[in-house]
Design a binder for this molecule. Structure first.
Ligand code: ADA
Length: 647
């Protein structure tokens, strides 16, 4: 039975006028004069079409004249407006933004109420002093233009603009739980697996002035609590209430995460994380995901059988963290430091601020197992920033700040530069990004050997691996050499081949603490022109519109899911001029028989990564029925028409 006992703080029996939270999301907003519904993002389509921007934008160049991103999507300062509710006299009013990309200026009744710089973290402004009894309006300028003082400076994803997460109106008593500082809800939970939770509550307004701070500690004891894990993501509700009646509802999960000499441990049990990377782009809505779209994404990740997710390359929403808490997904949460940094003091301040907000806002989520310091620093770095040391110094400050705020979690990072020893020494645990056979001619084995030797570490993670895959492009047989990753052809079969080759090495390597597929979903990267579809990074296991699971999805499902999987690849390849074909399948249902046009071709036991594969299978002219049958009688079918070659 779950119950909690409030030990150290006796609440007054007559609490009055608690907190009111009202959603300001939905219709009722305008953006540049047009009626819109918030969350809203103006790059959902334009930011993934690979075409020049459809309307006004700003060229993105840094102060050294480096092109940050071609002007292929709208980068602008847009003005949003909305009416605000009438305030209740004697109470305080706040407006909380889940995120505004990339910079925000908030005015209430024409007066500046607050600003925020950073696309991925929440912020709250106090409205109390700006409000009239009725007829209040709010104006928010959202600006996604390039700013050399704002992290990230460059990235392989579309830096979308808009008020793209939820907005809420909060009313509290005069003495309230601080809803403003660092965009948090004012409560830090220290959770011990013995069932004890200590809540440190920041109270505003008890002393002199509205922002006078006092700190309350409340202790909760849960008896017979069960541990949180991907298999059993048990959560317990907690309500933190202060004598004025203001209150915040939270949840806790009891678990330990730690790295030991030989790997990652959850609740004292070693596990090699099976992870995917996820960007927050959800297709036509861009970054403005609906709750249903977020739920769908994370359910697909669970369906795959993953137990971990890297939220690349920035902190995602509280709703996403709640989902991962609830579904049981261990989260790698990353500050937005990518490719290169700037030497300016303002840039460093901004990165430290975004990093601090990330930890402050999400530290209460049991799903998070590590804070990430960077992704691929020195990738495509401008010539003037190759000098070793100064970017590492900035990232070391971020790391130290994170460690001081949250000693309970390790830091990690994703590196793609083996020789950068100073950089690679920064995180507690290092992971590397590698695309063997896609961007380079190495194998995963060679990459693993190289990284273990260069880093001198006993254990490593792989933060990214994968290959492009267009589920509507097919090639059989595949060429022996490497395809041009920037070329027009990204056949689905190459993606499967490279994932299977990588994964074979991954399962055979005991020194890996976890691996993260790049990526779960295709995502907007408007500068890309490749793979038969411009504007998109197509390394996802699922297409950007979430309509098509690629064969590589079924590969991992066969390897990871607890449910039996039998799959035949290339079902979307329906015609060939060849006299023979390859048949590739995945089976976690034991041996598989291949039957073509009612004739048994052969039987295979799946290999160590659940693959069966036949080459040079003869085809009849016209329609061919290709069947894989498992021992339990289940079958999967592929139809392939052999047609005459035309010159
Ligand atoms: C890098 C980078 C990712 C991703 C990937 C790719 O590894 O970290 O953001 O874009 O390249 O697909 O090339």
């Amino acid at each position: 039975m779950r119950y909690c006992l409030l030990v150290s703080c006796l609440l007054p029996l007559l609490a009055f006028g608690g907190r009111t939270v009202v959603s300001l999301s939905g219709p009722g907003w305008t953006c540049d004069g047009e009626a819109v519904s918030v969350p809203h993002c103006w790059n959902g389509i334009d930011g993934a079409d690979g075409e020049p921007a459809t309307s006004v934008g700003t060229n993105a160049y840094d102060r050294y004249g480096m092109s940050i991103s071609p002007d292929t999507y709208v980068r602008k300062a847009a003005v949003y407006t909305r009416a605000l509710p009438d305030p209740t006299p004697g109470r305080r009013q706040f407006v909380r933004f889940g995120a505004v990309s990339r910079e925000a200026t908030v005015k209430i009744n024409g007066r500046l109420a607050g600003t925020h710089a950073g696309a991925f973290t929440a912020f709250t402004v106090e409205a109390t002093d700006f409000l009239k009894p009725s007829g209040n309006t709010m104006e928010v300028v959202a600006d996604n233009r390039y700013n050399p003082e704002l992290a990230p400076l460059s990235a392989d994803y579309t830096l979308m603009g808009g008020i793209y997460r939820d907005v809420t109106w909060i009313e509290t008593p005069e003495v309230c739980i601080d809803p403003v500082t660092d965009g948090t809800d004012g409560v830090v939970l220290d959770v011990n697996t013995n069932g004890t939770v200590v809540a440190t509550v920041r109270v505003w307004g008890e002393g002199d002035g509205r922002k006078s701070v006092s700190v309350l500690r409340q202790k909760f004891v849960f008896r017979d609590c069960r541990l949180w894990s991907p298999e059993e993501p048990v959560l317990y509700p907690i309500r933190v209430e202060i004598p004025s009646g203001d209150a915040v509802n939270l949840h806790v999960g009891f678990r330990t995460v730690e790295f030991r000499a030989d790997g990652f441990y959850l609740n004292g049990v070693r596990r090699k994380l099976r992870g995917v990377n996820r960007h927050q782009d959800v297709g036509a809505h861009g970054w403005a995901a609906t709750p249903e779209e977020d739920v769908r994404d994370f359910q697909l990740i669970k369906e795959l059988g993953a137990d971990a997710v890297r939220l690349a390359h920035y902190p995602q929403s509280s709703r996403v963290m709640d989902l991962c808490d609830n579904l049981g997904l261990l989260v790698w949460c990353e500050e937005p430091a990518i490719n290169w940094l700037s030497k300016s003091a303002a840039f460093k301040e901004n990165l430290l601020q975004q990093s601090r907000e990330m930890v402050a806002q999400h530290r209460n989520h049991p799903c998070i197992f590590a804070w990430s310091l960077f992704n691929e620093i020195y990738n495509s770095v401008p010539p003037d920033r190759k000098e070793e040391g100064w970017m590492e110094a900035i990232l070391a400050e971020c790391r130290n700040q994170i460690r001081a705020m949250d000693p309970s979690r390790p830091t990690v990072a994703a590196s793609d530069r083996q020789p950068r020893r100073q950089l690679n020494a920064l995180p507690d645990q290092l992971a590397f990004n590698a695309y063997p056979g896609w961007y380079g001619d190495t194998t995963m084995r060679e990459d693993l050997d190289g990284w273990f030797a260069a880093s001198g570490r006993a254990i490593l993670g792989i933060a990214e691996y994968g290959a492009g895959g267009n589920p509507f492009e097919h090639l059989d047989p595949l060429p022996s050499g490497r395809l041009d990753p920037g070329g027009p052809l990204h056949p689905e079969e190459t993606q499967v081949k490279l994932h299977a080759a990588d994964y074979r090495e991954i399962v055979a390597e005991p020194r890996l603490w976890g691996t993260f597929i790049w990526a779960m979903f295709d995502f907007a990267a408007d500068a890309r022109r490749e793979g038969g579809k411009n504007g998109v990074n197509d390394k996802g296991l699922v297409t950007r519109d979430r309509q098509t699971k690629k064969d590589a999805f079924s590969f991992y499902e066969a390897n990871w899911s607890a449910l039996p999987v039998l799959h035949v690849c290339s079902q979307r390849a329906t015609e060939t001029t060849n006299a023979t074909c390859s048949v590739v399948g995945f089976s976690s249902c034991g041996p598989v028989t291949l039957i073509v046009n009612d004739r048994v071709v052969g039987r295979q036991v799946p290999d160590e990564v659940k693959v069966v594969r036949w080459t040079d299978v003869p085809l009849a002219e016209g329609e061919n029925l290709i069947v894989l049958r498992a021992q339990d009688g289940s079958v999967v079918v592929r139809r392939l028409k052999r047609i005459a070659a035309t010159n």
